[in-house]
Ligand binder design. Sequence first.
Ligand code: FUB
Length: 332
Amino acid sequence: MLTFAKRHLWLASSVLGLTLAAPAIGSNPLDFGLLIDGKPIRTADPSAHVWPDGRLYLYTSHDEECQADFHMKDWHVFSTNDLVNWTAHGAALSVDDLSWADDYAWAPDAAYKNGKYYLVFPAGTGVKDRQNPEKSTKWMGIGIAESDSPTGPFTDVIDAPLWREPYANDPALFIDDDGKAYLYFHGIDFDYYVVEMADDMRSIRGDFKKMDMGGYEPKMEGPWVFKRNNLYYFTMPERNRVLTYYTATSPTGPWTYQGEFMAQEHQSNNHHSIVEYQGQWLLFYHRWLDSNNTACSKRQRHTAAEYLYFNDDGTIKPVVRTSQGLSKSTSE
Ligand code: FUB
């Protein structure tokens, strides 16, 4: 599927008799070239990583067409080496592969450690009864699966969630320079927690720590942590809408509030991730967009990307949503 901008580039090249090996400009939402039932795959919650093979990988959740109440069944993986042309590697893991969950394949993250790739993910069972919450049977936990390949297939080696109580969702893994792995998530009351992972990544080490957010009580979901110039950044869709960030000199805080870097769009969630690739910092996020050729009139989620820039003092410049997103990188 060629986007509008790409179509015009290709048309211009044909008229001029030029041959373009591949589109040089990107588009938002990202074009993964993967159709499901004739429609572009609906992806959300993109988690971006650069692995030792030099490619950038995106691990996403996958919305059913016209989904309701986020009943989701699998996680997908895509990769690129030029930020424009993507390879769809298919489903990395499905709830059908799990013995302890059959639904709610929500926001995943991934890590590389000990020569293995890890996919960490929320999943669950049951049903949320919005009219009569006391009748809800919904439960969600966090699992971790392993693979020798960044594209999977991933195996749920421990065959269980990492823990059952307390409630946890939207896991994010950060491996520090000393090799220690930290798992961030939002838990009870939508507060943010961290726990260290055991070295083999198959269990947790020590206690859960509710993070000290410097006097703020940010709520909701989708934590993300990265390190730049020895400063740790904790970013999140606060109130599940507005991207804000905090910094610290330790991966477990205490954190200092730094402000907002992406405004809200619609009354909808905005899960994101941030990564450095080929010398540029990139923001991946999802947008709720009107789609053609759908059975429903509601907006659906699609993964998008923007460049992210820092000021000299390390603060993040505000990011504006664009239709072109990223351009073909020249430093492959
Ligand atoms: O995709 C399901 C849920 O919606 C995610 O876990 C949240 O972060 C929100 O994006």
